[in-house]
Design a protein around this ligand. Sequence first.
Ligand code: ADP
Ligand code: MG
Length: 261
Amino acid sequence: MPEQPYLQVKGLSKAFGSGPNAVTALKDVSFTLDQGKFLAVLGPSGCGKSTLFNIIAGLMAPDGGDVTLQGESLLMRPGRTGYMLQKDLLLPWRTVADNITLPQTLRGIRRRRALENALEDARACGLEPLLHRRPDELSGGQRQRAALVRTLQSGKPLLLLDEPFGALDAITRLHLQELLTSICLQKRLTILFVTHDVDEALLLSDSVLVMGCQPGRIIGQYDLPQEKPRTLKTLALPRLMAVKAEIMALLDQEVKQHAKE
Ligand code: ADP
Ligand code: MG
């Protein structure tokens, strides 16, 4: 028997509304992801990326299709994946320490022990001096670092990151991208990452899934030819520039097609 894929997304479809207002958010979306790999889902706003993640996270039922992790369905089973969004969703009344330890304390681990467990990730993300602060005392980048550590502390085998750095300025974003790359390589994390930024996808991932709109569907898939970690310098290498040009042409064609409709 052939070995089953680690994560398998098979024939997912999802529509919202009915009649002339109906939106096909996902149509026959299928792909696989190996353990320890980083897949970027790239596409214009409104093409169904968050819908796809909500289904994989078990928060939303699809109209058809299935998602399995090591052969077990994830459909409508929340809590099997770690999920991080553009909005950090830190609890404002809790300190950074209490926010990042939340996934553990919810599992019944004592606060002190939970903090000991979280300290390595907190240090790696430069949060140690900020542990006593509350979210409104942090910058946008610091908040996202705290949200990242909390997501890592979920201890889930598959992490879904939905445009986590989308609201940050370019320099802060680059810093977080480097941080995420080094943590992923060190821990061999399996990551699905949504972005609408081609450079971000090329910087972070092993492969890129390109989506188009209405219906939300996969219009291209690329395995990236360059070893990680990548830097802005490696993005300028001809073989990555060639992939970027192909992806840009694909997205351009997609956008123009919609403008005509
Ligand atoms: P993306 O994350 O790629 O920007 P979404 O998955 O959020 O896209 O949305 C895909 C499409 O489905 C959009 O046209 C959006 O308006 C629509 N949509 C998403 N969620 C809902 C919902 N709960 N009800 C109605 N339409 C929705
Ligand atoms: Mg979205």
